[in-house]
Design a protein around this ligand. Structure first.
Ligand SMILES: CC(C)(COP(=O)(O)OP(=O)(O)OC[C@H]1O[C@@H](n2cnc3c(N)ncnc32)[C@H](O)[C@@H]1OP(=O)(O)O)[C@@H](O)C(=O)NCCC(=O)NCCS
Length: 194
């Protein structure tokens, strides 16, 4: 549709090993490959994903919705790709973006099995968080993890997130309500738009 794409923010961040950019409608095959390859690995750490996560047609539908959310500034779905922009290495999403007197959102992420333990999520999240704090002017970014997800907890602490609480039966992961540690990163330098 005329004018549609011009309203979608064009965000592409480059690090030493990664391209980090917003997902777009041409990513259906890449995302289906990522979720097919990592289906078993991600299962214990994520809500139940239906079969459509493994099919480009399922992603085509989802990416239309994601594009609309990007356009309206309600969520930002980033892909972590190799520097040639081919393979999805992981995903980072900032969802439920609220502004006004809250200016806050939730962070979620995952990394493919073969990319674990190389510092790649830390490398990606540093510029992605900077973008959300500086360009989208978030005051608070919230991220929560199951107590036994030590890798996720360590990552958040290293990024400067602080523990704010503990929620019983907080989120349904792999079909079961699971307790979560509640973490947040707040921006003490936040200033209202001029
Ligand atoms: C959570 C998750 C993203 C963390 O991945 P990760 O690779 O450990 O992330 P990091 O970028 O923080 O890398 C840190 C690891 O890389 C190692 N590393 C290797 N080279 C490194 C480098 N150059 N710089 C930093 N760390 C490096 C670190 O020692 C550490 O490994 P360790 O935990 O064995 O000590 C990943 O485990 C995952 O996708 N899990 C499944 C989904 C999930 O849990 N999502 C979050 C739900 S809350």
């Amino acid at each position: 549709m005329f004018g549609y794409r011009s309203n979608v923010p064009k965000v592409s961040l480059t690090t030493e090993r990664l391209t980090i950019r917003l997902a777009n409608e041409r990513d259906a095959y890449r995302l289906a490959d990522y979720y097919t390859e990592n289906r078993d690995f991600l299962k214990p750490w994520e809500p139940v994903r239906d079969q459509s996560y493994c099919y480009p047609s399922g992603w085509q539908v989802r990416l239309n919705t994601i594009g609309e959310l990007h356009k309206q500034g309600l969520a930002y779905y980033f892909l972590l790709l190799d520097l040639e922009d081919n393979e999805v290495i992981g995903v980072v999403n900032f969802s439920n973006v609220l502004r006004g007197d809250f200016h806050a959102c939730f962070l979620g992420y995952s990394l493919g099995q073969k990319w674990q333990g190389q510092g790649l999520m830390y490398e990606a999240l540093r510029p992605a968080l900077r973008y959300m704090l500086n360009q989208q002017r978030m005051h608070r970014i919230m991220a929560n993890y199951m107590p036994h997800n030590l890798r996720s907890g360590n990552l958040l602490v290293r990024l400067g997130f602080e523990r704010e609480g503990y929620a019983k039966d907080y989120l349904r992961i792999d079909g079961h309500w699971q307790d979560h540690v509640l973490m947040a990163l707040t921006n003490s330098d936040w200033k209202p738009a001029i």
